[in-house]
Design a protein around this ligand. Sequence first.
Ligand code: NAD
Length: 373
Amino acid sequence: MSLVVVGLGRVGLPTAALLASAGHRVIGVERDPALREAVLGRTAGAAEPGLRELLDGVAIEVVERPVPAGVYVLCVGTPVRDGAADLGDLFAAASEVDRFAPEGALVIVESTVPVGTTDLLAGKHPRLAWVVAPERVLPGDALREIASNDRVVGGPPEAAARAARLLRSICSGRVEVVDARTAELAKLVENASRDVELAFANTVAALAESFGVALPQLLEVVRRHPRVRLLQPGIGVGGHCLPVDPWFLIEARPDLADLLRAARSINDAVPATWVERIARHPGTIGLLGLSYKPDTDDRRASPALSIARTLAETRDVLVHDPHGTEADLRSGSLDEVLARDVVVHLVAHRAYRGLRARVRRGAVVVDAAGGWT
Ligand SMILES: NC(=O)c1ccc[n+]([C@@H]2O[C@H](COP(=O)([O-])OP(=O)(O)OC[C@H]3O[C@@H](n4cnc5c(N)ncnc54)[C@H](O)[C@@H]3O)[C@@H](O)[C@H]2O)c1
């Protein structure tokens, strides 16, 4: 069966590669010419472990516009702008698919969407069979997660069953079929839940600091309670999911979203508190890590990046990240960063483990990511 994946980004490219390696004929549709070129030139996906090797072993056609096929998998971005969902790319992709798809073709929305979006698309494009199968993947571990996470598919039973069969061809996890609104809401609830839990952890960290209580010891004691689960506080949240998805709920039901709004504003305020903590120390600053979480090159909405940029406005800052940095920041080698007056462990990349002893004597260490040895 010929299958079109629309959007070859962090979700679409590994999905396309896994589908192709499962024996499907896969055509990737990508509007970004540089990314099309990179996929065709076999240079795309370098930051995702195993993806380049997988892509080397499969044949994926890459084109600019959808072509006729039996199944379409939509993996385009669905960002938030000023607290409102921007579904422009998704609606554009849906219209393009509708122009080329044969009657009755299955369209699987893997993008994260506000509740009701799949029904809306089905109303606008009734020739096609619409389902939603939100992706839960973790960048940096995408192939393993896509292949083994449990999945939810939402939509009319016959179309959802078709989509579930397809997903089972690449995924050993449980594939649950529900209605579209349940699947959409499940994805949003999952990420809102993590956002709220992290906001609580970050609040605990702020309380501990204000009372002069050592956070690691406090966490250790609290976690001994048999029914208390407390996440590790961090430097804020970033990426494509946590800072975005709760807004789809807040926008739709502001009357029910006080807790979600509070979590968003607590987590968004955390990087500024780290800027203040780091800036207390005089001298040159070295920052380790810029991505929004360990072991990925994804710097979208990264709190580490925002901390680096704010500090660099007034201080001598050198940054390092093994997965890439940004042109507007001064980057240095690991040794140069470790030789600074203030060395900040911002992101717990594996590459930084065991390096704390290499910070020069007399320098200040700020372990913002926690657990640095
Ligand atoms: N990145 C993650 O970790 C993650 C995890 C779970 C879910 N999601 C969700 O998956 C969706 C995709 O996220 P992503 O991180 O892969 O985004 P991305 O920005 O990395 O990739 C999206 C790609 O779609 C392309 N595109 C947009 N409109 C197009 C069109 N009409 N035709 C062809 N190509 C088009 C873009 O050029 C881009 O390359 C989002 O809804 C996101 O919320 C992402």
